[in-house]
Design a protein around this ligand. Structure first.
Ligand code: CS2
Length: 492
């Protein structure tokens, strides 16, 4: 089918071809009930999608979303969205090759914090705002992985403590906005984390209250007692948008400068704790539970860790996407072996979920050939991801005398990856990690360097001293640095 594509904006909505779904509510009636920090692809494919669907089903238009960009680089998405009247499209690709296109209309605006910090604080403090939600990535929570404590040594934290009216980090904004709300007698908003961190709400609470407590004990107690921080498990695989995706959307009839592509699967399990109301997300498939812990642990330690396993090993081998990596039988058996023999034995049972089926579904989702999820994305910020996704499994296996061989190989491969920043054939890899320099300077092939790598205690805690893990790890490092192909080590 060849159609003349139209520019995505409000005016185009009424004349879209019928195969493109559009918002089923009156956008002119939208109010902004949610302020969201970190408008990446994942937010747009997940929380914004659920909210858009909810407003379409219920006709309740109080839950528009205002995006917030904290980093200068976010002005790119702000500019695109602004030009498109804050509309964007979601291209959902199933494994059979069918793609459905839908326009998401729930965004009402976008503010850049660096351009006008007070406008961001005012938006969060507005009476309409009921929820401030976050996708700021694992590293954005600013905790020291091995201790879980707030990292006051971060230069931006020091800046924010000195400049509460123009902070750089999210905690400065939350603190100032909550203070402003409290002063004007408004109920506090809920702070809702949508990142892949175990107990993401509890972690957010701890980080925010530690930050505030360092200068105002009384306010920290008030936040702790009055603000809700629901824990949640979030899930939808959302690759980085490519030029091919933009072309595919255009071929379907829409000129969208920054569409989002994702898989059909989506899941959101949330604790029922909100300070000032919430959208009826259960009407669009979210699940509300008392305690989300088992769901979060399962997802982080199987899906996210599974991604890391495939991402690091696949990168060394020279693959570039997850589907390509998992299509190779050695890699798919290995990731399944990691899940079965290392991740699952230290997981608690999850009510209503058959873990075998869950793992089968994960491998099938990874294999979706139309979701070209790049290993560069998967391996980005591995220092934070590995601390969160993989290290807890290793530590628990060491404590319980379980197996750690697969994880040891992944960490050895990560040492190689961090040092050479290349495949085993010598092709350069793009490494995106705030800690890339320190990782590279510590990693290396010699025994002492390899030990120093797992001696990075902020990431690994005491694991370097645990021979059940350190011995196989050191052997794997030596084999990899001696040129043994990663694939050969995976079948041993
Ligand atoms: C991925 C996640 O970034 C990663 O390492 O594992 O982005 C993953 O795709 C999502 O959590 C899926 O829900």
């Amino acid at each position: 089918m060849s159609v003349q594509p139209v520019n995505l904006n409000n005016a185009a909505l009424s004349s879209l071809p019928p195969h493109i779904l559009r918002p089923a509510y009156d956008r002119a009636a939208l109010r902004t009930g949610i302020v969201h920090v970190g408008v990446g692809g994942f937010h747009r494919a997940h929380q914004a999608f659920y909210t858009d669907q909810f407003m379409g089903k219920s006709g309740n238009t109080n839950w528009g979303i205002c995006g917030i960009g904290l980093r200068e680089g976010d002005s790119k998405i702000r500019d695109v969205l602004k030009k498109q009247d804050y509309l964007y499209s979601l291209l959902v690709k199933d494994p059979e090759g069918c793609a459905s296109l839908q326009v998401i209309g729930c965004m009402t605006g976008f503010l850049m914090a660096n351009e006008n910090p007070q406008a961001v604080i005012d938006k969060m403090a507005s009476p309409d705002t009921k929820i401030v939600s976050l996708t700021i990535t694992e590293g954005g929570y600013n905790f020291i992985p091995s201790t879980g404590e707030f990292d006051f040594s971060h230069a931006d934290v020091q800046h924010d403590l000195a400049n509460p009216d123009s902070p750089r980090l999210v905690f400065g904004y939350l603190a100032s906005a909550l203070k402003q709300r409290r002063a004007s007698g408004l109920a506090p908003f809920t702070v809702q984390s949508c990142d892949n961190i175990q107990h993401n709400g509890d972690v957010t609470r701890k980080m925010l209250t530690s930050y505030i407590r360092s200068y105002d004990e009384e306010m920290a107690d008030w936040v702790s007692e009055n603000v809700a921080f629901p824990n949640a498990m979030v899930d939808r695989i959302t690759p980085v948008t490519t030029a091919d995706d933009i072309a595919q959307v255009a071929a379907l009839g829409l000129i969208d400068e920054w569409p989002v592509t994702c898989e059909p699967f989506h899941q959101w399990v949330i604790e029922e704790r909100f300070s000032d109301g919430r959208p009826g997300w259960e009407k669009t498939g979210a699940q509300f539970v008392e305690d989300v812990t088992p769901y979060e642990t399962m997802k982080i330690r199987l899906l996210n860790a599974g991604h890391t396993v495939l991402g690091i090993l696949g990168s060394l081998h020279g693959f570039s996407t997850i589907d390509e990596t998992v299509a190779h039988p050695v890699f798919s058996s290995f990731v399944r072996r990691f899940m079965d023999t290392e991740a699952t034995p230290v997981l608690s049972p999850v009510a209503g979920i058959n873990l075998d089926e869950y793992k089968n579904t994960l491998i099938a989702r990874f294999a979706n050939p139309f979701i070209k999820d790049s290993l560069t994305r998967i391996c980005s910020q591995s220092a934070s991801k590995i601390s969160t996704f993989l290290v807890p499994t290793i530590k628990e296996n060491v404590e319980q005398k379980g197996q750690t061989e697969c994880a040891a190989l992944v960490i050895a491969a990560w040492c190689y990856y961090s040092y050479y920043r290349a495949t085993q054939q010598g092709t350069a890899l793009e490494v995106i990690d705030d800690h890339a320099e320190i990782l590279q300077s510590v990693a290396g092939g010699s025994e002492s360097q390899a030990r120093a790598f797992i001696g990075l205690s902020d990431i690994f805690g005491n694991l370097a001293k645990e021979s059940a893990f350190a011995d196989p790890y050191l052997q794997y490092v030596s084999s990899l640095f001696n040129g043994e192909p990663v694939q050969a080590l995976m079948t041993n």
